[in-house]
Design a binder for this molecule. Structure first.
Ligand SMILES: Nc1ncnc2c1ncn2[C@@H]1O[C@H](COP(=O)(O)OP(=O)(O)OP(=O)(O)O)[C@@H](O)[C@H]1O
Ligand SMILES: [Mg+2]
Length: 473
């Protein structure tokens, strides 16, 4: 059979696909030139009927919709389009931009509003961010679908080469009984990967039991892992099962393995070798079938070299090693992860979907992420909670991410700023954030600050703080 060459996906080779619905030929022409030169693929429609037909057959990253169309107006058309294509971002264009129209269009789901005659740079910037975000959303959905189909990973996001390799490895090792060692900096997703290994194994209906071996003194850890008989130590008033028994048939996830004491390490080694252990103070040996997944955020080889971790245990654990790269080594995953967390936290807070402004997204991609995915998740959650509209701008991101600490920002504007000026800026910012969290309720904010309401009131006046209530669309 002759080889069939697959056509390139047209949306891969252009910046994005844009549909323009406008009845004025001059407007269509100027938009076509502007957008084509910029690298977009542009399709034109002269009215709602033609526009809707085009949307049936083709997919787009953005719709530019004229408000004042013959027949059905843009405002009438918008809810119909949003119902059929809820994921398509829409920017409205109008010469008659009254406040009422803006409000109605935004309510019906338009992401933005552009007035004729527009400023090309501003229009292009709005288009760029709408298209980039739409693409990230689509990609996210598609990836989730493939990852789910291929691996049954329902909540793990990643498209970087390095993470796709991790997913392959996870899928490969999951069905076996082999011990897995997951290494990665804090917040890189070690526990999430451990759960995915369990969920994709034949043990998935048996318990997944996590234990943080670093957080406990040796004796407590040993009694937690192996259980104890009555009277094994002073406080052992009854016989208690250990986690090895609880996890029987399933998976025991031993987190922060490097901090485990030498004595405990010896006992764990024994369970790994013989699958047998005894309750503390007991005499009877017990046999269990437990798969061990261990995790560490330090270099375990180095711990072995420096005599803090048993070499034999290291080799027992390190049958298969999954190395999770830090987030700064896979920046292409940042937009996807951001969108994933935006969806999650908007939904959790009962908000309409949230998007990031182009600035905010750029700051997130450029940041170093010492706290990795967990830090990103926290930043997005905070942005969603503080947001009062559909778009989250960079001002809602923590200062260390946007590179503008309070002090830097202030000194940039006023090199003569005193300590008191700086403190005032900080105080203002903290009060604004608290009020936003309390949805403008000053009594609640004063209570949380443990200060009288009158004091908070004075500060609000002195610092000219505007009280805003969050609209829950
Ligand atoms: N690839 C990913 N896709 C979606 N969410 C992720 C991903 N990686 C991490 N997360 C999320 O980030 C947070 C931190 O992940 P997790 O707890 O697995 O990290 P960790 O490596 O165990 O961190 P620590 O060393 O601090 O215990 C979790 O809420 C997790 O769901
Ligand atoms: Mg963890």
């Amino acid at each position: 059979m002759p080889e069939v060459e697959l056509p390139l996906n047209p949306s891969e080779s252009v910046l994005g696909r844009i549909l323009v619905i406008d009845d004025e030929a001059a407007i269509r022409d100027s938009l076509e030139v502007l957008l084509t030169l910029e690298g977009y693929a542009v399709t034109m429609a002269v009215d709602g009927v033609e526009g809707l037909k085009t949307l049936e057959h083709d997919s787009f990253d953005l719709l530019l919709l004229d408000l004042n169309l013959p027949g059905q107006s843009g405002l009438e058309l918008l809810p119909i389009i949003k119902e059929r294509h809820p994921e398509l971002p829409v920017i409205m264009i109008t010469a008659y931009g009254s406040v009422d129209n803006v409000v109605e269009a935004i309510r019906s789901g338009a992401v933005n509003f552009v007035q004729k005659p527009w400023d090309n740079e501003k229009l292009l910037a709005d288009i760029r961010s709408a298209v980039a975000l739409h693409r990230a959303e689509e990609e996210n959905l598609q990836l989730k679908r493939t990852l789910k189909q291929r691996y049954n990973f329902s909540n793990i996001v990643g498209k970087s080469e390095i993470m796709l390799k991790v997913f392959d490895l996870v899928a490969q090792v999951a069905p076996s009984r082999s011990t897995v060692l997951i290494q990665g900096e804090s917040g890189t997703g070690k526990e999430l990967i451990a759960k995915a290994i369990h969920a994709n194994s034949p043990r998935k209906d048996k318990p997944f039991v996590p234990i943080n071996t670093g957080a406990m003194p040796s004796e407590l850890l040993e009694s937690t892992l192996f259980g104890h008989v009555k009277g094994a130590f002073t406080s052992a008033i009854a016989t208690k099962k250990g986690l090895f028994e609880v996890a029987n048939g399933g998976t025991l996830f031993m987190d922060e393995i490097a901090t485990m004491g030498m004595d405990t390490q010896a006992k764990i080694l024994r369970v790994l070798q013989d699958k047998r252990f005894m309750h503390l103070g007991g005499i009877q040996e017990m046999q269990v079938d437990v798969r061990i997944i261990a995790a560490t955020n330090v270099d375990l080889r180095k711990e072995v070299r420096e005599g803090r971790f048993r070499e034999d245990l290291f080799y027992r654990l390190n049958v298969i090693c999954v190395d999770l790269p830090p987030l700064r080594a896979r920046r292409e995953d940042v937009p996807l992860l951001s969108q994933h967390f935006l969806d999650f936290y908007a939904n959790e807070n009962g908000f309409e979907p949230r998007k990031l402004s182009a600035d905010a997204l750029r700051a997130l991609v450029d940041y170093e992420w010492p706290g990795n995915v967990r830090e990103l998740e926290n930043a997005i959650e905070r942005g969603v909670v503080l947001s009062s509209g559909p778009v989250i701008g960079s001002e809602l991101l923590p200062g260390q991410i946007t590179g503008r600490g309070f002090q830097d920002a202030l000194l940039e504007h006023n090199p003569n700023a005193t300590l008191f000026d700086i403190l005032e800026v900080i105080e203002r910012r903290i009060i604004i954030e608290k009020l936003e969290r309390c949805n403008g309720n000053q009594t609640e904010a004063a209570e949380q600050f443990h200060i009288p309401l009158s004091t908070l009131n004075q500060k609000i006046k002195r610092l000219s703080i505007e009280i805003r209530k969050k609209s829950r669309e």
